[in-house]
Design a protein around this ligand. Structure first.
Ligand code: PMP
Length: 385
């Protein structure tokens, strides 16, 4: 039997699930240039508009001059550079924890934490709608893998009570990446504390966005000091690239000793770390970015609901429009592209079968008129259907 890759690809195409990267000719921002045409960009995770911010770019450039481009080795082989150390300290302070540890990507951070904390004889419990990297990490860990109904702390408590595993780790997205809703951290922590389990929150979409200073979901929900493991990414609200885990001294030392995706990979470029320190400071101080986002979110939700579109229970910049069938989601995405708007159709396996959607994301880089253009285009697309 051969690999028969052609048949697999053809099948994917026939099911409207074929994907490929668009080539953008310019930085990530309010407008994306693709094939010589400018589109309003409603699909990035650059929620605060920092990815191409002039001060962040200047910090990157200056640090590249000073520190070079490549970090040269993994953190533990030559040691990392001063900007890595400074960023870890700034992230620990920002998230109210003793220590923080950098990873090159969020995917790797999740693999690294979960496989370092649980293995055979232990158990990992995950929300059904968790990001793929948390799910993959759970499977890779060798721990018993359980999934619970979305945001159902009662169901989790039942599973924890029935478990006779050694260590029990619970992992959830702080803000769910394809739905935009938040995990109910207080009841999840109640369930964990009652069962001597640890909670880990992947706050890829909450950091920078939620809480008055952008300290994320755990601060916004007032439970930060109860949460043992906080993971955040740098490539979304903070506009750069990479990720970190923050927690106690013992947690971070454990990750340094046992996280294979920390140990066996090249450290991010020092210039990325230096640029992130600037974007972190801006994210914390420039509250107008979150204020503007909140106003845009309200404007979009109000307008889309008036048009009769089905939204989700989200107060974050992730504002999906429910569609259902893959082909319908693609058709709506294409209709918006014709009108100069980029909004990606999200299909299975990223979301469950029959729940294809348009993932609209808003950014502080947008203006009110941009949201109005999106709403106008949605109105026209609706009339055509
Ligand atoms: N966790 C969540 C919830 C995410 O949405 C993402 C990115 N899509 C990741 C982790 C992975 O982060 P990174 O892109 O830095 O690998």
């Amino acid at each position: 039997m051969g690999f028969d890759l052609r048949a697999r690809l053809d099948e994917r195409r026939a099911r409207h699930r074929y994907r490929h990267p668009r080539v953008q000719d310019g930085p990530c921002g309010r407008v994306a240039r693709v094939d010589g045409r400018d589109y309003l960009n409603f699909c990035s995770n650059d929620y605060l508009g920092l990815a191409a911010d002039a001060e962040v770019v200047a910090a990157f450039r200056a640090a590249a001059d000073q520190w070079g481009v490549g970090s040269g080795a993994s953190h533990l082989v030559c040691g990392h550079q001063r900007p890595h150390q400074d960023l870890e300290e700034a992230l620990a302070a920002h998230t109210g924890r003793s220590r923080a540890l950098l990873f090159s990507t969020g995917y790797m951070a999740n693999l690294g934490v979960i496989t370092a904390l649980v293995g055979r004889g232990d158990a990992i419990f995950e929300d059904r709608l968790n990001h793929a990297s948390l799910l993959d990490a759970g499977l890779l860990s060798g721990a018993r893998f359980r999934r619970f109904a979305h945001n159902d702390a009662g169901a989790l408590a039942g599973q924890l009570a029935r478990s006779d595993a050694g260590r029990k780790l619970v992992a959830v997205d702080g803000v769910f990446s394809m739905d935009g809703d938040q995990a109910p951290l207080a009841p999840l922590l109640d369930a964990c504390e009652a069962a001597d389990a640890w909670l880990m929150v992947d706050d890829a979409h909450g950091l920078g966005v939620l809480d008055g200073q952008g300290r994320g979901t755990a601060f916004a929900q007032g439970v930060n000091e109860r949460l043992p493991v906080y993971m955040g990414t740098l490539g979304k609200g903070l506009g750069t690239s990479g990720a970190f885990v923050a927690g106690s001294e013992e947690l971070i030392e454990t990750l340094i000793q046992f996280s294979r995706s920390y140990i066996y990979t090249t450290a991010m470029p020092a210039a990325v770390a230096a640029a992130t320190r600037v974007s972190l400071a801006k994210a914390a101080a420039e509250t107008w970015r979150r204020d503007r986002l909140a106003a845009l979110i309200r404007r979009f939700r109000h307008g889309a609901a008036e048009l009769g579109y089905a939204l989700m229970a989200s107060d974050t910049p992730i504002q999906p429009i429910r569609v259902g069938e893959d082909a319908d989601a693609l058709a709506l995405s294409r209709a918006l592209a014709e009108r100069g708007l980029l909004v990606t159709a999200i299909r299975p396996p990223t979301v469950p079968e029959g729940q294809a959607r348009l993932r609209v994301t808003l950014s502080a880089a947008h203006e009110e008129g941009d949201v109005d253009r999106l709403l106008d285009a949605l109105e026209t697309a609706k009339c055509r259907n």
